[in-house]
Write a protein that binds this ligand. Sequence first.
Ligand SMILES: [Zn+2]
Ligand SMILES: [Zn+2]
Length: 268
Amino acid sequence: MRYCILASGSNGNAVYIEHGETRILLDAGISGKQLRSRLVENCERDLADLTAVLITHEHDDHIKGLVQVAKHTDGPIYMTEGTQAALPDKARPDDLSRCAIVREDQPFYIGDICVTPFAVSHDAEQPVAYRFDSPDGSLAVVTDLGYVNDHQKTLLQDCDAYVFESNHDVDMLRAGRYPWHLKRRILGDKGHLSNIDAAYALIDILPDKPIDVHLAHLSEDNNHPDLAILTVEQILRDARPVTKETTALHKTSRKAASPIFEMSRARV
Ligand SMILES: [Zn+2]
Ligand SMILES: [Zn+2]
């Protein structure tokens, strides 16, 4: 399985995942034009090559390019019933019959990738995150959630790679320019994970084998990529001495796509 984080941050999110002939776009939170150019330049794929599109929830930073993507693809567009109902008109695909409904904790197959949606606590109608299991390995993409519960920690065991929210530094957010109601929203149970929240959740989740962890959905105002890495690294290292040898922590960006990461069972 190969994957590429096309964009990640409070202003736009999209991940490309591929195994064999199966080509999935998870979220379309940057413009269709940007999505296409990053797919072509970084993954040598075009929008028309996509087998399916998956959506986590209706916030603009996850659906900004959805209408354009829908125009250039034929495959199903998966989302929860609540997300479909809450899609703003400007993001609603012309042909709603292409929207396929996913249900929490009910895995399904797209080609030979098994996709498991699971509920997250976030201020959207019916948000989910997804885990992808292929014969080569497993990837989980977990963003837009206020906290990580035990059920999610169980579901997230034993992946080979994680795209994991590390949205803000709590001190930067508290001292920053955001209005109080927005700060309260981000810090709340239906907001976003801080760097410290991410680290403590990862302590309970990460397997003792070589893995890649991509710190994701970084806030432009209330975080810094180096600070996110440093905070998570320090907390992980204190709790799990094995982490330093086995866990590769990566930054993500909304401005540029990541390299393509390839996983294979041979690595384990
Ligand atoms: Zn978001
Ligand atoms: Zn959101």
